[in-house]
Design a protein around this ligand. Structure first.
Ligand code: TTP
Ligand code: MG
Length: 350
């Protein structure tokens, strides 16, 4: 594969920075956003001033108040943040049509063979000039490294990891920095004496594959800075989907429904972020023998609602499939996109 250049952009203390931008009295102060209806009494984010007190996302508001009684606590104004997110997206679109938003404040940008430093700087400057917000930019040869790069010099970072530097950069990082290595896999790796990404680099790939199957191969590849995943631009003209192959073939309906619920939630978030509604929902099942079945339903009323997407997919799965064999993979996709002229039709709740 020829060498690619990927940019990852992540806004700094996103919700808190917007509040500080819009109210000069908050600048330079510990600002904590959260506690309102969406965040169930936890911190959504904290300004970098507040982080010096040890406050971070997902911490209970009560704990944050103990750590910093003089902090300024603000509710989540999701409508405003989503508007800013759209403005950021409009800036990114000036520089590439291959953009993959992965949350409200971050995106991958594939810039093909154009000058990454020039484009990265332009994006950062435009976001500052037009929106008075700082972002952190990471540039590298793939998504995994670009995302790590944007994170290392936050806030207001601009970091490049070159192909020839990647192994050295990765070496000292903890294994938890690898995509998909959560607390459980981390524990298992630690049990093998593997703590850093460097430990994986010098481990035998075959042993990892024996122990973890195809995940072992992925872990080894990430550790060596190999990641061939494309930037998946959300060109909403066709379809958007999620699927997962199970570690073992299954016939547990509850697990299948759990997957559909998870996909519905993720897909609904992407729709809401991009302002689209959909009319068509498709469920795909691949059986242990690799045979594939798909079933589709079209809705009369377009939606972006995760529970409608889930209930429809549940109906499809339970009424339109035989499910007589063990299942290897389940997928959910949505298509037939509509961009409503009247944005009030859209639910603003994430
Ligand atoms: P992040 O990019 O993870 O955090 P951040 O932008 O606030 O700070 P950083 O400089 O470290 O990137 O998340 C973006 C926004 O998403 C964040 O401002 C608030 C929201 N969010 C939550 O509501 N809950 C969470 O647990 C996290 C992590 C983020
Ligand atoms: Mg951020």
């Amino acid at each position: 594969m020829s060498q690619r250049t990927i940019i990852h952009m992540d806004m700094d203390a996103f919700f808190a920075s917007i509040e500080q931008r819009d109210n000069a009295n908050l600048r330079g102060k510990p600002v904590i956003v959260g506690g309102a209806q969406y965040s169930r009494g936890v911190v959504a984010t904290a300004s970098y001033e507040a982080r010096t007190y040890g406050i971070h996302s997902a911490m209970p508001i009560s704990k944050a108040k103990q750590l910093c009684p003089k902090g300024i606590f603000l509710p989540v104004n999701m409508k405003k943040y989503k508007e800013v997110s759209k403005e950021i997206h409009d800036i990114l679109e000036k520089y590439s049509n291959i953009i993959e938003p992965i949350s409200i404040d971050e995106a991958f940008i594939d810039i093909n063979n154009r000058d990454p430093i020039f484009i990265g700087r332009k994006i950062k400057d435009d976001i500052w000039q037009e929106l008075r917000l700082t972002s952190s930019i990471g540039i590298s040869v793939n998504k995994f490294l670009a995302k790590l790069a944007s994170d290392v010099n936050k806030p207001n970072g601009f970091t490049i990891i070159k192909e020839e530097e990647k192994l050295k950069f990765l070496c000292p990082l903890p294994v938890s920095k690898i995509w998909g290595v959560g607390p459980k896999t981390k524990k298992e790796l630690n049990r093998l004496g593997i703590y850093t990404i460097g430990d994986i680099q010098s481990y035998d790939e075959k042993v990892l594959i024996n122990l973890f199957g195809k995940r072992g191969k992925e872990i080894f590849e990430f550790a060596n800075g190999v990641d061939n995943r494309p930037v998946e631009s959300q060109n909403m003209s066709q379809s958007l989907g999620e699927e997962e192959t199970f570690e073992e073939d299954i016939d547990d309906i509850d697990l299948l429904l759990k997957k559909l619920a998870e996909y519905s939630f993720n897909l609904s978030q992407k729709l809401k972020l991009n302002g689209y509604l959909i009319k068509t929902i498709t469920v795909k099942v691949k059986y242990y023998d690799f045979s594939i079945e798909t079933r589709t339903i079209s809705l009369t009323i377009p939606t972006n609602d995760s529970s409608i997407i889930f209930e429809t997919s549940k109906y499809i799965l339970t009424s339109k499939f035989k499910l007589s064999k063990k299942i290897r993979l389940i997928g959910l996709s949505i298509s037939n996109f509509i961009y409503p002229k009247d944005p009030i039709q859209l639910s603003i709740n994430l």
